[in-house]
Write a protein that binds this ligand. Structure first.
Ligand SMILES: C[S@@+](CC[C@H](N)C(=O)[O-])C[C@H]1O[C@@H](n2cnc3c(N)ncnc32)[C@H](O)[C@@H]1O
Length: 316
């Protein structure tokens, strides 16, 4: 997994609200470079992974650095975060220089560091995701998904993934045929299989994701149910093929292919969309309604929204 370092040069007064915004935006770690810390013991969240020397400290003001996983939501997350930080001025918080830079952190240093922050996570009433390197004993009602996301999106911890899994848990009926568009690590396809789907197609355009998903499907003994393949969105899929389609992709993509998903769903079928940043919620709702869907439920976590929609039955 690659990481992006978000660095902001700001004031001492702004540190606390800026850190709060960064944590809310999903940063996996926040480091404060405050020259006043040079005179006291510095405690850092990243242990030996991230080393500072006194030369790194600014002469005036404070530098706050936060680390975000590089994935298809990165640009949205960064823009949203910057907007929220700028919004602090409306609350009379002096941001000082307010200089922001974003850079990718050397992957070699970080290639396995993220594993330290990735632990078993209960994502819904019935499903818990467990990284392959963790020992875990599930209780009787718990179903587990074992996962090694490698370089693909989908540790299961992102709000967009959690919202998708919770929606799948509510929607899937035993023997449903399911399509997961943009499968990444395969986490949603595996969740669908565990929840009782009779067959799951898992598509991704990225060959790294396809390889990762195939590995995770094998790890979860779901090869007989899940078919992973490289495919551009739903190109080539026949009409009326599925009872459930899930797509955790950006809002723009969801709006662009709403009509295609309507075509491939059976009447009464469910479309679970996720990966929608809050400010684009209405655009996606409009696109789904315009394509013929009936909106059933909207769920939210942090800055993210998922929408569950239904293709109505013609005789209803
Ligand atoms: C946000 S990730 C979601 C991963 C996983 N489903 C999850 O919920 O954690 C979106 C995925 O969509 C894939 N993707 C982007 N454009 C695509 C396209 N045109 N066709 C198929 N997959 C695409 C990306 O490669 C990425 O793996």
């Amino acid at each position: 997994m690659k990481w992006a370092e978000f660095s902001i040069h700001t004031t001492q007064a702004a540190v606390e609200p800026v850190c709060h915004i960064l944590h809310q935006s999903g940063a996996s770690g926040v480091v404060i470079e405050d020259p006043s810390d040079l005179v006291k013991e510095w405690s850092k969240e990243f242990g030996t992974v991230y080393e500072l020397s006194p030369d790194d400290y600014p002469e005036e003001g404070v530098i706050v650095k936060a680390y975000f996983p590089v994935n298809s939501f990165l640009n949205e997350t960064i823009e949203e975060t910057k907007g929220e930080i700028n919004g602090l001025t409306a609350h009379h918080i002096d941001l000082g220089r307010n200089q922001v830079s974003v850079s990718e952190v050397d992957e070699e240093d970080w290639a396995t560091a993220w594993k330290k922050y990735y632990h078993p996570i209960k994502v819904s009433n019935r499903l818990t995701i467990i990284p392959t390197w963790e020992e875990y004993t599930p209780n009787e009602e718990e179903m587990i998904i074992e996962l090694d996301p490698g370089m693909a999106f989908g540790t299961g911890t992102h709000p967009t993934t959690i919202l998708s899994i919770q929606a799948l848990e509510k929607s899937i009926k035993s023997e449903d045929r399911v399509l997961d568009v943009g499968t990444g690590s395969g986490v949603l396809a595996i969740a669908a299989a565990k929840l009782g789907a009779s067959s799951v197609d898992a598509f991704d355009l990225d060959d790294v994701a396809v390889t990762s998903a195939i590995g995770n499907v094998e790890l979860n003994q779901s090869v007989s149910i899940i078919n992973v393949r490289q495919n551009d969105l739903v190109q080539g899929v026949q009409a009326d093929s599925y009872q459930v389609v899930v797509a955790n992709i950006l809002a723009e993509v969801i709006t662009s292919f709403a009509h295609d998903v309507y075509r491939i769903l059976q009447q009464g079928g469910t479309y679970i969309t996720s990966g929608i940043i809050k400010r684009k919620k209405q655009d996606v709702k409009d696109a789904l309604t315009e394509a013929g869907f009936v909106l059933k439920e909207v769920t939210e976590m942090d800055d993210w929204v998922a929408i569950i929609a239904e293709k109505p039955r013609y005789d209803a």
